[in-house]
Design a protein. Sequence first.
Length: 257
Amino acid sequence: KPAVLYAHGIGPVKRACNRLLVRLVANRAAQVSVRDEASLAELVAMGVTRPPVEVTADPAFLLSPAEKAENKNKRPVFAVAVRPGAGEEKYLPEIAAAADRLQAKYGAELVLLPMHPACDLPATRRLAGMLQAKAAVLSEIPEPEKLLDRFAGFDLVISLRLHALIFAAICGVPMVGIGYDPKVDAFLRLLELDVAGDTLTVQADYICRQAEERLAAGQALREELLAKREMLRRQAEGTLGRLAAVLFESGEEHNRA
């Protein structure tokens, strides 16, 4: 049966045996697409030559938010998404300190988002326990469309999770990303934004500085993000159309057989 690699982030793949397996599998795929140039470079370095590898956008860009709901209490809403991992004892206190300082400066409402609740909720609750400010923890995350509507009401997103940053970009919401994986750095570079360090080097001062700069950029940054969203949506639509063609041709061949 035909197989595709669809909008992947690749790497890091370090062991020689695993790099060999990736090359063997990818070279037998009917279609290969990746979501950043670094992933393309990694596949090329592994010897993937067939089929040609296409750089596309994450399929989440095919989703559309509802119009931003009116913020009735007029307080800005800042969302924070964390995950467990090596260095947690370092990065959670730094994120907590930054969130407290930003909340105090802007009088914001804090919302903590465990994007993958089964994995992220324990770390999210640990973060909540470190905060001086009051924060709401969303212990149940709705389906993507409804979650995207929630993102449309945020004024700032601070995240280790890639898809929290993607959802922020879709909604034109200023963001601060902390790199735990190359895919986070690659996505922020795509948006022409710097990463706020990684899980071992991140500091509250730098999170706050980035957040303040991006909030100060205001509508100009929002318009830039929305323009990039449209570009990435077109990329995702094109790849999906080509994927559908692969599946259609496969079905036709099966029927003829």
